[in-house]
Design a protein around this ligand. Structure first.
Ligand code: IFM
Length: 790
């Protein structure tokens, strides 16, 4: 069963049945002002920080599931019947109410038809202004004149989202609402201790506001809800001014429509006060033309970001995801890390060190300058000893508020992701100058970026355990494997192996031979420990517990095999051999399902303190034997590196959201973006159900796995590698890509129907040796013909 479809032409996901099993949302806004909006117009906005700058309210994990939001109600003055343009919150019977929601790139629209009235609401955030624009259109398709009241409603949050949710005895006595009568603008201000000294306004730019309310409890009424606000029943707002209490912005505008006539209304909700910014923006967006022009800028913005990579393969869904939705999600995770969604309530905003380091991979081809800035921000959260702050907020860091973790909160992997992120940036851009940039450490001192990387390697070297493997510390990539007190992590060791290899490659490339030799010796030592202590016969163990017991071994009583230590054995480059293949065969045998590979098997049933929080989840959920999508992307990469194209593609398809569109009643989450996990096979009821959509490292890695390892178009310091690993039934594929400012049209043919191997590459008609296209060979525009073969 589906609830909608992909409109490829318009780059939209169209929801035709608003009764989706969960809220299917979109992110609007690109920098300072962001709003999250569901297919029923619910959600919230924030300015700069979802924690401290929360503009509007959302009641998380509540019932009804989706409230409040930004609502536009139409009331027929003759019949007193009223509805909302989005199906909810009024929720008219769907046999009489046609509802369509289109989530597009940077905008969402709602269209409805009810009682011969067609209406639409388009919401977007300008690229460079801190406000949201609601564009409403109403058309009378009946044969009689209609008189309407249009009511709008949104509930303000008291800026500090945590206090707003908890500290009612205090926070409910802080707001000061007002109304700029002359310009008809609602004024919201509150004196807090937030860095932003926040103020907001709401207005209609092109029609007279007949009445307004700024006190939620007056507009809605104590025994009503957003479905049936008192003011709408009353036919008029009450002119309430909230001084303390729950602030809102509600307005009433009146329109008359002759048969066939259409009217538009523009509403603005923005940052600033009603007497300055509010007045200025009201003038700026008084006409529909100015609104449309602003909207074009949003479209241009997304076009510019997404047009750096485009592919045409034999799989339509793969194309759809890679060309549109996967990239869009990558930009969202890059912007908002893991801080604001419908399930991340925003209490922990800023950047997760490991998450943000990985997030750059999916956008570096598109916004290299922003990635450079982000890398510097991340490096500032590294400590001089080499490890990193697990989580930090650049806004407060720059005010000197460092959240330096106590030793027991040091993670074994955070800092090592720098060795993935910085090389990826340089390989994409050729910008080696970043290595010389001097960046301060979070605690004391400063060093060049190159030395920051070395320091990260040193920290891990100095934090190995009894078997010579990396200590697990607070956790490794898997937040819920907590191998404290001397426990060791195979996976971190594999990441370390990869990090060392990346560094060695870089050092050799820039002529730092001594450094390269030093870290080669480290790598050899690490490999010895891996050879000796991580192979378990059919697969690699996940680590060692503090007690000395193996984790994820045939000897283990619970969870005998883990996914990550198999995929990373190969991905790290340490076991591109028979052991690696056998380990990946074990993945197929024990972990693979039709929805992707489970993270561990069999699931933990009992809590084991020395393993950690993974054991607290019921089987099949979240970190315990669920299909953790992020980890599934590395399985694709490992199979591609082993040259097994059928497997790589099969795994890619198994958890591709677009493939779940027709089973959306089982999958339940948005079929246009990746979710963090899909419930695993050991769950008694919900196998195949996705949870925690949008803000997941799956986005960045799924894009990387598909584009760089299946399609095999992979940046290198010297140029672009073409190394596809595809299903042998494919005849070929095409990629349009921008690389270091040059355009490449790459056409790959596969006449012998193989999975891997490149026989010939012609660049602008000239054959090259090998499968690396040197950057010096590239013109502004290039035609690349690739023939696969042995
Ligand atoms: O790696 C983590 C990530 O940082 C946050 N979400 C869960 C992942 C796996 O534990």
């Amino acid at each position: 069963m589906n609830f909608g479809y992909f409109d490829e032409q318009r780059k939209e996901y169209v929801i035709t049945n608003p009764k989706t099993p969960t809220s299917w949302v979109n992110y609007l806004g690109t920098s300072d002002y962001c709003l999250i909006i569901s297919n029923n117009a619910s959600g919230y906005s924030f300015y700069k920080s979802p924690k401290l700058g929360r503009v509007t309210r959302f009641r998380f994990n509540s019932i009804p599931m989706d409230r409040p939001g930004r609502y536009v109600y139409l009331k027929d003055e003759k019949t007193n019947d009223f509805w909302s343009i989005s199906w909810q919150p009024v929720g008219k019977p769907l046999d009489k109410f046609l509802s369509i929601c289109r989530h597009g790139l940077g905008y969402t629209t709602f269209e409805s038809k009810y009682n011969s009235i067609t209406s639409s609401l388009k919401i977007f955030v300008p690229v460079d202004k801190p406000l949201e624009i609601w564009e409403v259109k109403i058309k009378n398709d009946s044969n009689e004149k209609k008189e309407f009241s249009v009511f709008t409603y949104t509930e303000f949050c008291l800026w500090n989202s945590m206090l707003d949710m908890m500290d009612f005895q205090y926070i409910l006595y802080t707001c000061r609402m007002g109304y700029n009568k002359e310009d008809e603008i609602i004024d919201y201000s509150i004196k807090l201790w937030s860095p932003y000294e926040p103020k907001a306004f709401f207005t209609c730019t092109n029609k007279k506001i007949e009445s307004f309310d700024t006190d939620r409890d007056v507009f809605v009424g104590p025994y009503n809800s957003e479905s049936n606000p008192e003011a709408i029943k009353n036919g008029k707002c009450f002119g309430s001014i909230a001084i303390g209490g729950n602030p809102c912005a509600a307005t009433q505008v009146k329109i008359d429509l002759q048969p066939g006539q259409e009217e538009y209304l523009v509403f603005l909700l923005g940052i600033g006060n009603a007497y300055e910014e509010g007045r200025e923006y009201k003038k700026m967006f008084a006409s529909i033309d100015s609104v449309e022009k602003e909207f074009e800028k949003v479209q241009e913005y997304w076009k510019e970001r997404l047009n750096k990579f485009e592919c045409k393969t034999q799989d339509e869904k793969m194309n759809l995801m890679l060309n549109i939705w996967n990239q869009y999600q990558c930009h969202t995770t890059f912007n908002w890390s893991r801080s604001a969604s419908f399930i991340e309530a925003g209490g922990r905003d800023g950047l997760g060190f490991r998450d943000s380091s990985q997030d750059i991979l999916g956008v570096v081809h598109s916004i290299p300058q922003e990635v450079r800035r982000r890398l510097i921000e991340l490096l500032k959260a590294q400590l001089s000893e080499g490890y990193a702050m697990h989580h930090f907020q650049p806004l407060t860091m720059s005010q000197g508020k460092h959240n330096i973790p106590p030793r027991e909160r040091i993670y074994s992997d955070d800092h090592l992701w720098l060795l993935i992120a910085v090389p990826a940036y340089i390989k994409e851009t050729g910008d080696f100058s970043i290595l010389d940039e001097i960046v301060e450490y979070a605690d004391s001192g400063s060093a060049s970026v190159y030395d920051h990387l070395k320091q990260a390697l040193e920290f891990s070297w100095n934090n190995r355990g009894k078997h010579g493997l990396l200590l697990g510390l607070a956790a490794d990539w898997n937040d819920c494997i907590n191998l404290k007190d001397g426990g060791e992590s195979t996976w971190s060791t594999q990441l370390y192996y990869k990090a060392l290899s990346e560094f060695i490659e870089l050092a050799e490339y820039i002529g730092k031979t001594e450094d390269a030799e030093k870290y080669k010796a480290y790598r050899e030592e690490i490999k010895k420990a891996m050879d000796e202590y991580t192979w378990d016969g059919e697969w690699f163990v996940r680590g060692y517990l503090a007690s000395g017991k193996k984790l994820g071994s045939k000897e283990s009583e619970q969870s005998k095999i883990f996914l990550n230590s198999q995929s990373w054995a190969v991905f790290s480059g340490a076991f591109l051999d028979e052991k690696g293949k056998t380990a990946m065969d074990s993945v197929k045998k024990y972990l693979a399902t039709e929805h992707g590979c489970v993270k561990n098997w069999p699931a933990y049933v009992d809590y084991i303190i020395e393993v950690g929080a993974i054991t607290s989840f019921p089987p099949g959920l979240k970190e315990n034997a669920a299909i953790f999508c992020h980890a599934n992307t590395w399985v694709i990469i490992a199979e591609a590196l082993l040259g097994r194209g059928e497997y790589a593609f099969e795994y890619y398809m198994s958890f591709l959201p677009a493939n779940k569109n027709e089973i959306a009643e089982i999958y339940t989450a948005e079929p246009y973006v990746y979710s963090q996990f899909i419930t695993g096979k050991e769950h008694p009821y919900y196998f195949g159900r996705a949870r925690n959509p949008w803000l997941t490292g799956t986005a960045t890695w799924a894009f990387t796995a598909a584009t760089q390892y299946i399609l095999g178009v992979r940046p290198h310091y010297k140029g672009l590698i073409i190394d596809p690993c595809i299903p042998s039934c494919w005849d070929g594929f095409e990629v349009e890509r921008v690389f270091r400012g040059r355009k490449l049209s790459i056409k790959v043919s596969n006449p012998d129907h193989i999975s891997k191997g490149v026989k010939k590459i012609l660049v602008n008609g000239k054959e090259i040796v090998g499968n690396l296209i040197p950057v010096e060979l590239l013109d502004e525009k290039n035609v690349v013909e690739v023939v696969m073969g042995k």
